[in-house]
Ligand binder design. Structure first.
Ligand SMILES: [Zn+2]
Length: 290
């Protein structure tokens, strides 16, 4: 395993899982309100794990995972992308680095066979498509089949007051219309060694991605557990639509991830993109020392 702490490093981590190679790239860091990231947890507790800046924001990552199985190249999540307004870029300070990050990792967008979005919030599917200098929206991964949950697209289309800012239709509608995106209804096998499973709570149809090779198991759990600071089942986010469901689903996840020694891939942890989870002497889930 090779976690990389350097803040500006374009290649965040690379490891092997059985016969597969797993690479973590990034669209760069961005900032969100620390209170929103930790819900009802008091600030004196969360800021020990995630220090806040003078605007109360904490630093987050936009981790994209590339799995090379030998037969397929699979890309999980596509960061924030280049379609944000100037004002949004000012707010989030996102860096639009995924193309450079993939290049630094030696990955050509044309070689990607499969793209999986855990859900369709803008910070998870932004580079599904690219806004060109001519103002056109084109698929970033021309040879890929994209996979997302049908219920996520439908939820995005509803444009509810609570979360309409999270859904930018240019990230998925053009792919749905051209039929380059397959809309799933529940758990599914995507290709040999890669499958998706619903873990609702953050949204109703959030899907985790399981990667399994030669007896080893990794899981991209996405916003159910966005960073290694969110391992306590009750430390759910203000953003979560169904916090009680989140707590139950985190417990369900940990009941497998800990004893079965899954490699957990964190979507928004810029410093710790992957790690194993163990129970400490107080029976709390924590990151294993590696
Ligand atoms: Zn989300």
């Amino acid at each position: 395993m090779m976690p990389i702490a350097d803040h500006d490093q374009l290649l965040r981590a690379r490891t092997t899982l059985g016969d597969y190679e797993i690479t973590v790239c990034t669209d760069g860091s961005y900032y969100l309100d620390g209170g929103a990231m930790f819900g009802v947890v008091p600030k004196p507790m969360w800021e020990k794990r995630a220090p806040a800046d003078p605007l109360n924001r904490i630093l987050l990552g936009t981790n994209t995972v590339i799995v090379r199985t030998g037969k397929k190249t699979v890309l999980i999540e596509t960061g924030i992308g280049n379609k944000m307004s100037e004002k949004q870029v000012q707010i989030y300070e996102n860096k639009q680095l995924l193309p450079q990050s993939l290049a630094a990792a030696g990955i050509d967008p044309a070689e990607i066979d499969i793209v999986i979005n855990s859900h369709l919030h803008f910070d998870h599917c932004g580079w599904n498509t690219t806004l060109t200098a001519e103002g056109k929206v084109v698929p970033t991964f021309p040879n890929a089949r994209y996979f997302a949950q049908k219920g996520e697209v439908e939820h995005g289309h509803r444009q509810l007051d609570r979360d309409k800012v999270s859904y930018i239709s240019a990230n998925y509608d053009p792919l749905v219309e051209s039929e380059q995106m397959t809309l799933l209804e529940g758990d599914a096998e995507i290709c040999e060694g890669v499958r998706v499973e619903l873990y609702p709570g953050h949204t109703a149809q959030l899907q985790a991605v399981h990667i399994e090779s030669a007896g080893q198991h990794a899981c991209y759990i996405s916003d159910l557990i966005p960073t290694s600071a969110h391992l306590d089942p009750t430390w759910v986010m203000g953003y979560d639509l169904f916090p009680l469901t989140c707590i139950e689903q985190r417990k369900r996840f940990l009941a497998h991830a800990i004893p079965e020694k899954w490699l957990v891939l964190f979507t928004h942890d810029h410093a710790v993109p992957m790690g194993h989870i163990v129970l400490n002497d107080k029976n709390k889930p924590v990151l294993a020392a590696e």
